[in-house]
Design a binder for this molecule. Structure first.
Ligand SMILES: NC(=O)c1ccc[n+]([C@@H]2O[C@H](COP(=O)([O-])OP(=O)(O)OC[C@H]3O[C@@H](n4cnc5c(N)ncnc54)[C@H](O)[C@@H]3O)[C@@H](O)[C@H]2O)c1
Length: 325
């Protein structure tokens, strides 16, 4: 184990998913033994068992099974990523979202308390903040969830803070913003735009819903590094701490499309498609990453242009200019 990493065994729920599959090898590289818990809900495979990785196919809602895994492996810390994260699914199937996100989290916390696990890092969301203009800040901005997904995440924040208070455990709650990268089972915006642009036409037309909402897009490798930095810093600071995991920069969907067109060397036209408009869509969601940068060993390494060039290269699109990878 490297001297800076404080935990011998870490249990990662949702460890087979988009972000989890990037965190697990980083924890292994830190010398930690990683127990990967995932029920395969999004269809990504559990990692192979090895010296440092124990894959466990378990549903976090199964109270007895998750308690048994925790009792058997007695991890020093938990990174809790498992959730129903696809926002349209949460709206269409609220029972499923509350069952997995709220009751599943409660099963995990109950099992952790019984097994004496006293450290947790949790993937919350920037969506728990009240709709606000300007940069969202952990200390100043009020929370105020509106849609099913953000209600489950805000509930999880209360569940975890209450659990930490009752058991004397430590918790870092990461409010994560829009994560981009290849291999996201829930993220269809970028592949959809690329498919529409990649028709070979000189002036492709891209059909989209509302192109005005601004988002703080963060590259998945920055997110994975952020979770490792949060685990590393968990023994420091207050018992329950909140950190934005974001870049502090924002782009509208139209700007995102423009950037992708530039990277492909084409002039993209946008056509509005009312059938793609979301019923609930906040206009802005920009995070302030100052706390994480100043208090933990983390800084975003990927600006949007470089991240998009990497994604496009990974997906087999030709990137022109200096960003070509
Ligand atoms: N990707 C983003 O933009 C983003 C933004 C904010 C917060 N988050 C949160 O970060 C976490 C990880 O996100 P992700 O993008 O990797 O999502 P993901 O859907 O790729 O990964 C979630 C994993 O949880 C697993 N899972 C779902 N239900 C389960 C259950 N009942 N039991 C066990 N495992 C279960 C899935 O199979 C999947 O592998 C989630 O909690 C998500 O809400 C993600």
């Amino acid at each position: 184990m490297t001297s800076s990493f404080p935990f011998r065994t870490v249990l990662v729920t949702g460890g087979a998913g988009f972000i989890g599959s990037r965190v697990v090898p980083r924890l292994q590289a830190k010398g930690a033994r990683v127990i990967v818990v995932d029920n395969g809900y999004v269809g990504m495979p559990l990692p192979e068992a090895s010296d440092g990785v124990v894959p466990v196919d378990v549903d976090i809602r199964d109270q007895a099974a998750i308690a048994a895994v925790l009792a058997e492996h007695k991890p020093d810390a938990i990174l809790h990523l498992a959730a129903v994260h696809h926002i349209p699914t949460c709206e269409q199937k609220p029972h499923l979202a509350f069952d997995v996100n709220v009751l599943g989290t409660q099963s995990l916390l109950d099992g952790a308390a019984a097994a004496g696990v006293a450290n947790i890092v949790f993937a919350s969301s920037g969506a728990v903040y009240r709709w606000d203009e300007g940069s969202l800040d952990e200390e100043q901005t009020q929370t105020g969830a509106t849609d099913v997904y953000s209600i489950t995440k805000l509930s999880n924040e209360y569940q975890i803070a209450g659990w930490a208070g009752r058991t004397g455990a430590r918790a870092h709650i990461a409010r994560l913003f829009n994560t981009i990268g290849t291999g996201d089972p829930n993220g269809h915006l970028i592949p959809d735009i690329l498919t529409q642009i990649g028709t070979g036409e000189a002036q492709p037309v891209v059909k989209l819903g509302n192109t005005k909402p601004k988002r703080d897009y963060i590259y998945v490798d920055d997110v994975a590094d952020g979770f490792v930095a949060l685990l590393e810093g968990l023994p420091e600071g207050k018992d329950v701490e909140y950190f934005n995991l974001c870049t502090g920069n924002e782009l509208t969907v139209a700007e995102l499309v423009g950037l992708m067109g530039e990277l492909m060397g084409v002039d993209v036209q946008i056509e509005s498609d009312p059938s793609r408009f979301r019923k609930i869509d906040r206009l802005q969601q920009l995070g302030d990453p100052t706390k994480l940068i100043s208090r933990r060993n983390w800084k975003s390494q990927w600006n949007a242009r470089r991240a998009l060039a990497k994604i496009m290269g990974d997906l087999g699109y030709k990137v022109v200019g200096s960003e070509a990878v």
